[in-house]
Structure formats: structure tokens, C-alpha cells
Design a protein around this ligand. Structure first.
Ligand SMILES: *[C@@H]1O[C@H](CO)[C@@H](O)[C@H](O)[C@H]1NC(C)=O
Length: 196
């Protein structure tokens, strides 16, 4: 290949990439400054479950553990129990995630940044010991992982705040774990009711 050919090819690509090519674009396009958007893993998980999240709004989801995924939080449900739940419910464990979508701007001009987050709490009920099987209320900041959120709806700040007490009260009133009648899904159902 001739050098002149290479050179003209190189110059052609320069022209295409040149900002001069945009000289006739309207001012607002030419001068627009792109804001860098930063989405947290929690925001990404929430928007993957529900494509229309609005700033400052509260949303709630369920979080399902497939069989084999570690429940964590010192849960003592036995493998047999988790298998039964998986068969009956389609998941081995379930919790409720509720929180607020936040958008925070920082910086100016071309350094402008927009951070989108889903600040949420995960509520779930675990089994504290194998026998007699005391139930335990668990509440912690939601942190995204491989498990998918399932969208349940929009809620209010008031209801989101009430969820914690409803969960606590449920566990107080349902002190002993039962695979039929007082399992993780029964707890989740009680919490979901207040968020509706
Ligand atoms: C939980 O989230 C709150 C509010 O976003 C934050 O202030 C707190 O430090 C978090 N706690 C932990 C243990 O990460």
C-alpha cells in the first residue's frame, strides 16, 4: 500500500472526527455540556426492575433468594425447609426492600455530576435457631447483589417508615418459625400490606 493512500485515508478520518464539522449545529447543541451521571449499584438494581423511577419517590420491591443462595444474617432455616419453600413459593427465601430514589447534583460546568441512588432498607425474617425455631426480625441497608428485585409499587415516606414497626410487631406476634404458616413469605406479606 502506498504511503500517499494511507495519508489521505488518515486525513479523511481526521475530517470526520473534527469538531469543525459541527459548526452549523444549533448553539444549544454545540455549547451543551454533558452532565456525567453516576448510578449506584442499588439504583441500577431498582431501575432494572422498574424503568420509571422518579427522584424523591418511595418504592418497594421484594427480593427473592433462589435455592442455594446463602440467606445470611445468621439464618438457621434448614436445607430441607428451604427446599420446601422453593417448591411451594418458587424461591427459598424472601425479603422486602423499601426506600427512596435520590438524585444529587455536584460540580459546575463540564464537571457537573448527577448521582442517582436508591437508599433502601431490606426487611426480612430469619430463623434464629433450629430448635425451637425462634423468629428474628432483620433490618439492614439494602446493598445490591446478584439477586433481582421484583417491583411491587410506589409508596409514601410515611408508609416506608411504618414498615419497620410492622415487621417488628409481626415477629413479636409470630415468635416461632413454621414452614407452613409462619415463614419468611408470611412475614413479607405482612410488611407488603402496609406499603400498599
Ligand atoms: C445506612 O444508610 C443510612 C442512610 O443512607 C446511612 O446513614 C448509614 O450510615 C447506613 N448504615 C450502614 C451500616 O451502612
Amino acid at each position: 500500500m502506498k504511503l500517499s493512500y494511507l495519508l489521505s485515508f488518515f486525513l479523511a478520518s481526521l475530517t470526520v472526527a473534527s469538531p469543525v464539522a459541527n459548526i452549523n449545529a444549533p448553539d444549544d447543541v454545540r455549547l451543551s455540556v454533558r452532565t456525567t451521571t453516576q448510578d449506584t449499584a442499588e439504583y441500577k438494581a431498582a431501575i432494572a426492575a422498574h424503568g420509571h423511577l422518579k427522584k424523591d419517590k418511595y418504592y418497594y420491591f421484594t427480593l427473592e433468594w433462589p435455592l442455594g443462595a446463602k440467606v445470611g444474617d445468621s439464618d438457621k432455616e434448614t436445607d430441607a425447609e428451604l427446599r420446601m419453600l422453593q417448591q411451594e413459593l418458587g424461591f427459598a427465601h424472601v425479603g422486602v426492600v423499601v426506600g427512596q430514589v435520590t438524585e444529587t447534583e455536584s460540580g459546575k460546568g463540564k464537571n457537573k455530576k448527577l448521582k442517582r441512588d436508591f437508599k433502601a432498607t431490606l426487611y426480612h425474617m430469619t430463623k434464629k435457631n433450629v430448635h425451637p425455631g425462634d423468629t428474628e426480625f432483620k433490618s439492614r441497608n439494602y446493598s445490591a447483589d446478584a439477586k433481582h428485585l421484583r417491583y411491587r409499587g410506589e409508596t409514601s415516606k410515611k408508609k416506608a417508615e411504618a414498615a419497620k414497626n410492622v415487621g417488628k410487631e409481626y415477629v413479636k406476634d409470630h415468635a416461632i418459625y413454621q414452614i407452613n404458616g409462619n415463614n419468611c413469605a408470611d412475614f413479607a406479606g405482612a410488611v407488603l400490606k402496609v406499603l400498599k
